[in-house]
Structures are given as structure tokens and as C-alpha cells.
Design a protein around this ligand. Sequence first.
Ligand code: GAL
Length: 800
Amino acid sequence: MTRFFFVLLSLLLSSGLFAQSNRQENFNSDWRFLQADELQFRHVHVDDKQWKAVTLPHDWSILSDFGAEFPAGNAGGALPGGIAWYRKTFPIATADKGKHITIHFDGAYRYTEVWINGHYLGKHSNGYLSFSHELSSYLHYGGKPNVLAVRVDNSQQPNSRWYSGSGIYRDVVLSYKDVTHFIPEEVFVSTPLVSKDEGTVRVRASIANPANQKLTAAFSLIDDKGKVVAESKEKMQDAAIDAIFSVNNPKLWDVSSPNLYRLQMTLLTAQGKVLNRFEQRIGFRSIAFDVHKGFFLNGQQLKLKGVCLHHDLGALGAVFNKSAAKRQLLIMKDMGANAIRTAHNPPAPALLDLCDELGILVYNEAYDMWQKRKNKFDYHVDFKEHHVADLQAFVKRDRNHPAVIMWSIGNEIREQFDSTGTVLTKEMTAVVKALDDTRPVTAALTETNYEKNFIAQAEALDVLGFNYKFEDYDKLPKEFKGVPLIASETTSGLQTRGVYDALHDTIQFWPASSKDKFVTNGNPDFSVSAYDNVAAYWGTSHERAWLEVKKREFLGGIFVWTGFDYLGEPVPYPYPARSSYYGIVDLAGFPKDVYYMYQSEWTEKEVLHLLPHWNWKAGEMVDVWAYYNQADEVELFLNGKSLGKSQKTAERLHATWQVAFAPGELKVVKYRDGKAVQEQIRYTAGAASQLKAEVTHDDFVTGDKTDLYFVEVQLQDVDGHAVQHDDIELTFLSADNATIVGTDNGFQADLRSLSSPQRKTFKGKALAIVRLQDQTRAGSIRVKSKLGELTVSLLPKKTE
Ligand code: GAL
């Protein structure tokens, strides 16, 4: 009887009667985790009950204390690697027999081996790329549990120039596909013609069609209101289709209105029976690069105002979280950034979804090295065997995102200096072009002499990116004739938020030259001044880099190193420094002052920002700076007395004064056409006497189950003035329905684990990252300190 039922069911499934659409199940919950390396854990019968219960995404490295002893070194974040196992037991419904059931990992670091019910499915070596395994033929259906065992090996260290994290650190989903189906990674949708009046959609797709049926593919384009705005039907030729149809008056996707459509794709039999549905989000936009005029979006010239971002999310480590990533992106967008560079690896797919939704252009990068290493155990060991397949998987995965505007095949690749670079560039460019003929291929280079640059000599790249070396910008168009250019990396300015210790306008280079590994005259407390006047010797101040790119129309844009501080690469210091100083925003998400320089240059907002704080020794001479825009001049007042007016100049993007400190009020006033239009005051603050806690940026919350809340704490004196000269110890306590996930204060040499609920404020600020256990109701945390106790309420985002 049961057997008969199965046969009938399979017949029905293959006839398509029950088939509807590919389905995906979030597979992040109910995993067991153990840091150990016993190969027997791959078997079905392992007692994993005592293992730690974890929810993915998960990064075991970030949970550790920092330490000098870890082989990743402080460049790798001063955190451990190692080997660990993840196991998950799950049922599969009988009704799903016959489907293609596949497990997808968005990313795991690093070598990841997977077993299902004891069957080995394979090993994946690229820690930043998504991968999947088909499970169907090894699964038990109905009652019997299935066991997935995953071994993640990040024991060979050092393998990265920055913090990698360890574990299954991105989402996992289980997908169920109909027998006959669109193969997701073979679906490529582009918009070859885009104008206000008409948009064309081109769909290239392959299908799995085991019964060799005669099929028709139908397409419906659906707008954000759910209205079908275009429809098309076409007969499949063999297992592939290449269809074009158009829509009138498409709402274009751009950085200010990222309009998206849903493309619904349906597979039908000759009798009109639906066999499979697949949905792809698309945006109508055109991109172009010009040798003289840089970048164009939808026919309009647009300077790429970009930042480089590494993949970690501060105190979360490598764990990808949508609300944390959204917070980062919105902080960047609010500053005026319209682009990011995913330095130097494929990002989480969900990051690209966010960029599509927020209107942020993406310079999508594949590799930091090819066969020549930068680190003993880095990807160079896998390059030969995997680089072509990895590049193909990367392009197939990301080519349907309107946000992605170019592919980078590498950053500062060593092969640019010898002829192997020419061969590999030709090879890899061809690999990308075979899968995507709509976007330029680029690389981030340092060699500015054509004769010596073997990557450029391949004459294969559509856009050349140059890192640093702004002194050479003017010679680039002559050296690399006829190729559009961008400043793929600039700046490498160094700053600790809230630290001001330089009393002059000259740039200091820390370290000073390639002779020094570390700065020789740095600050004993491992801080760096946040006036924009310290940079690594290969870099410049933020102002200088932007000025140099701004004045050259032929440069399509700038990608500042970096938007946020990141874990690892703490130039210019040795351990205990463990995270970078390069960010415009610190690791906790608090902007450094230079954030407002960008905002004044990159946005239409009214900007006025005065630095530094106003707590100094009596009589001490203090450099005072103001960033502003849309004004002729600004005037500084100390306790009501004018200290004079100051302006920006063609070569300086801030106003400046030298002031002998006296306590009180330091005020800056901005004048437009002689009228005061904006002012800002820094007060000499008294002792810390209260805490202000804000759950900032409610917009970051997405309404998803994975949402996190960012509680920003500011020390204040009795009058409510911000305190920056005093710091206190805080303890964040989970209270009602809330869990503390991590804490931070943005200081690069704070050695307390980022997963600790205790955190000392730094320059008056601290952050707690909180999860609501039940996302449908409110929760609260408490913040305890010597100043007393504070309750912070967290309200879930209302979902419509
Ligand atoms: C660049 C490199 C980046 C980062 C940066 C630090 O040369 O591409 O990954 O290391 O230097 O200044």
C-alpha cells in the first residue's frame, strides 16, 4: 500500500500535477557545535546532545579573547582559528520525495566538508564563496531523521591579511526544486536597453528537463505594487532559453530611487500545466565608463563616491547579519557614499540584496591573490585547482543584481609584475565575459608604468583601477591609453575616534616608510589622532585623496580605504592593537570626525561639524577644525567672543583656527550670503554623571527574525553635555526578552572579548548589540555602572 502510494506520488510529481515552485527553507536553526577534530563525527550515530546548541550564522573565533599567541597574528585579528564540527538532525516530509533537495551555504570559513547520513558530499575551499550539495538521493523521507555533519577547518594559519572568522558564518538554506525546473545559477537576467520610455529585459536560462518534455517559458514582470506590467511567452529550445521582451516607461533603478521589479518565470507543458516557477528580482539600469568622463548610470554622469569594506561586522565578527549590514550601509549612504567595494572577496549574497534595495553600487571583487601568495596558507594554495570554477560560481551567483556594476578579478595581485599576470588576466577576463557580457571587468593595480604592468598589458580589462599613488594620476591616461580609470583604493588614513593630539597641519606617516614595520614614535596607548593628518606611508589624508580624485573628471570615482574600521590589520601598531584604524567610522559604528568632511562634500545636507571636544588644560593651544558646506565662511566664538572667520580653500576642505583653551562654550556659526544659517557648540563637560542610551537607527531593523538592535550609550555630565574626557565601566544585562550579543567601544586596542557584556566606554561612548528572543514583542536590557542603572526598551519593528 505504502509502496503503491510512493509510486503514484512520483508519477504525479513527474507529471507536474503537484509541482508549484522552487521552495526554500531557512536552515539556520537547531545546529549542534563542537570545537574538536574527530573524523568519526561524520557518522550518523554520534551523541551530539552535549554539544553546544547554536544558531547559524556562527563564527567561533569572535567568541574568544584576543591573544598575541594566535598564529593569525594581529593582522588576522589576534583571534584563534581551529577546527570544529556542526551537526543538524532534521526530517524531510514524504511529500517531498522526488524533489531536488539541495543544501546551500552562503559562506563558511574555511575548508568545509559535508556529510549527509554518513555520505561524503565534498570539500569546499574558498572561504568567501557560496556552495551547495544535492542531498536528494541520500535522504530519508517521512519519519526517520537525517543527519547533516559539517567539518570546518580553519587551522592553517596565517591565511589572511585581515580577520576571516571561522565557521559557518553566513546563512544556510535548504531548497526544494521541482523535477523539471529552472536552474537558479543558470538564470541570467539583464536589461540591454534602458530609457525612460522603454526597457528591455533579456532572460537567459537553462532548465533541468529530465523527461525531455516540450515546454514553454512564460515571463511576468511585476512592479512594487504587485501589478503585472509586461508578459511574454516563448517555446524552450532544448534545455535553454534566450528571451527578450520589453516594458513601457520602466521605473529606473538608480542610487536615489532603487526601483525593483519581480520577474516571475514559469515553465509550462504544451497543455499549459505549470511545472515550475522561479522568481528573480531585477532593476532597469544602464552603466557605462568613459575614458574622459568616468562613470555613467542611466546615461547620467555620476562620480563613484565609494568606500572599501571588509566583510566583518565588528563585534559580530564574520557573522553575517542583515540588520548589522544594513546599519553599515545606511551609515555610509547617509555620509553620501553611493558605492562600495567588497574588499577583497565575494560578499554575502544578502549584502548585495541590501545594495539593490538601498541603491548602492557595488565593485564586486573576487581575489586578493592569485598563485603568488601574500600569506603562507592563503588562497594561493587552492588557486590553481579552483580559481576558474570559483570565478564562474561568483559571477553566476551575483550577475542578476542591478547594484553590481563591475567585476574585479583581483587586488594588488603580485602577478602584475611578471608575464604570468598577462596570461592569467586574459584567462580570467574571458571566464567572466563568457558568463556576463554586460559589466566591465577590472582589477585594482599599483604598478603605474605600462611597460612594467603585466596585468594591463593583457589589454583585456575594461576599466583599470589604481590604488594610491595619486602623484601618478595625470600620467595614467597617457600610460594606459583608451582605458577608463578609477581610483580603486585611496587614503589609508589612520584615526582613533575622539583622540586629538597633533598640533600642526602636516601629515604624519605611520609607519614612515617601508623600512619600518611599525610606527616608531606612536602614542603609548596605541591610539592615533583623529585630525585628518595621519596616514600609512603609502597613503594620504582623506582630504587629499578626495581632492585629487574630485578634480579629475577622467577618474570614474574613488574607493576610500575604508568605510568602517575592521578586525585585523591594525597598522601602525603591533599587538595589543587588533583592529584597523583606517575607517571613516569606528568598529562600533560611531563616526570619526572625518565622516563629516565626506558628508559636506558628498551630500546636499546642511553640514557643520566642529572638532575637537572642549576639555583641555587651561591655556593649552588647541587646533580647532570645522567641516561645513553650502556656506561662504564660518566663524568661531569662545564664550561669546569671536575668534575670527575661516574658510575652506581649493586645497583644504576644513576651516581651522588655533585657540588657547579656556573652559566654557566653543561655538561655530555658518554664514550663507552673510546670514547665519547653522551653528554648533562644544561645551567643556563636567564629570560623567549620567548615561544616555539610544536604540539608534530603527531603520536598520528589517522585520526579519534575525534582527539585531544597536544600543548606543553616551556619557553625559549633569547638564547633559557629552563627556569625552572620562570613561567608565558598563555592564549590559539581558533583562526581558533580550540577549546581549556583543559590545564594543570602537577602540582598536581594547582587549576585552567583543562578545563580553562588559565594556568600558571609550571617549564617552559604547555600543551593545542586542537580539530580541521573541521578535514579535518588546524587550529590554539594563545598563549598570557606578552612575546607577538604566533600562533600555527595544521595540520590534512593525511588520505590515
Ligand atoms: C592596500 C591593500 C588593502 C589594505 C591597505 C591598507 O594596499 O589593498 O587590502 O591592506 O593597503 O593600507
